[in-house]
Design a protein around this ligand. Structure first.
Ligand SMILES: Nc1ncnc2c1ncn2[C@@H]1O[C@H](COP(=O)(O)OP(=O)(O)OP(=O)(O)O)[C@@H](O)[C@H]1O
Ligand SMILES: [Mg+2]
Length: 408
């Protein structure tokens, strides 16, 4: 009874491990095919190849999930070769691909061979004598059995295969899971970095928020508030003038008060417009961006493919990024034309992002840190947990790309 109690769990563990290794054999065969493609023709179709690598890695993550190992996929993943080769998560996926293409196939093949050979050799006494003379041999055809005296050796070999299966399959399965978790998941170090990054961008968002409040407060204080103070002073003077200097002076003072009130209104409108451009609410993102392009001194075309309305904060971020980028094109680039491309697309982890790209054919050489515009773009985008990049070699062209998650 005690032996049965020990054997059953061992058998169950072995069967589970074999099932897992056979599943891994499937993805390992795909990994091998993809690896051969990647090192031969994949260079010419880098974006497709990277998409396939991400897809296969996600498939492996889903498979591991079924074995109780939750492996979180990284967030937004680059699709351009240069960025991808610098991206630690993509580099780990490529390392997993190479490793799984070799190790996954070897252990997958052994996971088929070992139990099959064990079953064949252990049952050898039952059927070897039915074969024609010279045909009976143990698995892998090590030697030929002609007499019953040769049979125990084959059964012993079968027992070795069975023991190896029971002992080694769980070890191999565990190791496969560990390697995949390390290479495909975000290890604790990555998560620590992610938390640090989120803390930093949260602090940046709060800073930006506080700076924005200060700016609004200054604008209200220096503009509208002063005009309203002037209005009340002028109205007070007008009331007093009724009893002292007469209606002509009162009329003049009231006229000045009206001018001051109108100026206060204009100031208020200007401040409100900088908080959330009303054009976004009126015309939507596409209309607002077309308005920016039409107002640009450098001829600018737009492609906007965002079929649904995004959160106001996302639309405002994209709007301000494109507005600053087009201002820079007009001020610094000397370009003959510019193009704005904004689209909704799926990130590699399946979530939706809005991607804005502003290109110009100007002189290039844009650098963050010279003024406040480009660093403002970085802060705005990072505060939304997005990504931005700037490519602007001397001689041009310049391309500014911002990717903002829709869920934020
Ligand atoms: N599209 C572009 N083409 C060429 N150079 C550019 C372009 N965009 C920016 N630059 C260069 O990069 C620098 C930094 O741009 P940034 O927007 O950060 O500051 P700025 O435009 O000079 O000042 P601010 O935006 O604070 O008013 C610019 O001074 C300019 O030299
Ligand atoms: Mg600028």
């Amino acid at each position: 009874m005690a032996t049965t109690a020990r054997v059953r769990p061992a058998l169950r563990r072995t069967l589970r491990s074999l099932e897992q290794l056979l599943g891994g054999f499937g993805t390992a065969l795909l990994a091998l095919g993809l690896l051969v493609w990647a090192v031969t023709l994949g260079w010419f179709t880098a974006a497709t190849t990277l998409g396939l690598v991400h897809g296969l890695a996600d498939r492996e993550r889903a498979r591991l999930g079924r074995w109780g190992v939750e492996v979180a996929a990284p967030g937004v993943r680059p699709v351009r070769l240069g960025e991808a080769l610098r991206d630690p998560a993509t580099r780990s996926e490529l390392a997993w691909l190479a490793r799984h293409a070799v190790a996954g196939n070897v252990v997958g093949f052994l996971a088929v061979l070992a139990p099959f050979s064990a079953a064949r050799d252990l049952t050898f006494p039952l059927w070897w004598w039915t074969l024609p003379d010279g045909w009976a041999s143990p698995s892998l055809g090590f030697w030929v059995v002609r007499e019953w005296s040769g049979v125990p050796g084959v059964v012993l070999l079968g027992a070795c295969w069975a023991s190896a299966t029971v002992l080694l399959a769980p070890v191999a399965a565990r190791r496969q899971l560990r390697v995949a978790r390390r290479l495909l998941g975000q290890d604790p170090g990555d998560l620590t970095m992610r938390v640090a990054e989120l803390t930093r961008t949260r602090a940046a968002a709060l800073d930006a928020h506080a700076a924005e409040l200060r700016r609004i407060e200054r604008s209200l204080h220096d503009g509208a508030q002063n005009r309203i103070v002037a209005t009340t002073v002028l109205i007070g003077a007008a009331r007093r003038s009724l009893t002292t200097t007469g209606p002509a002076a009162t009329d003049q003072l009231l006229g000045q008060a009206q001018d001051a009130a109108e100026l206060a209104l204009a100031e208020l409108r200007a401040v409100v417009r900088t908080i959330l451009p009303p054009v976004l609410a009126d015309r939507g993102l596409a209309g607002a961006l077309q308005g920016l392009a039409a107002a640009s001194p450098v001829p600018c075309t737009t492609t906007v493919d965002v079929p649904v309305r995004s959160a106001a904060s996302v639309e405002a971020t994209i709007y301000f990024v494109v507005a600053e980028a087009l201002t820079n094109v007009a001020r610094h680039s000397g370009a003959e034309r510019a193009h704005v491309d904004v689209r909704l697309r799926a990130a590699d982890d399946g979530s939706e992002v809005v991607e804005a790209v502003v290109r110009d054919d100007g002189a290039g050489g844009a650098r963050e840190g010279v003024g406040t515009g480009l660093s403002g773009i970085r802060h705005r985008v990072e505060a939304m947990d997005g990504r931005w990049s700037l490519t602007s070699p001397p001689g041009g062209p310049t391309e500014l790309r911002a990717v903002v998650p829709c869920g934020s």
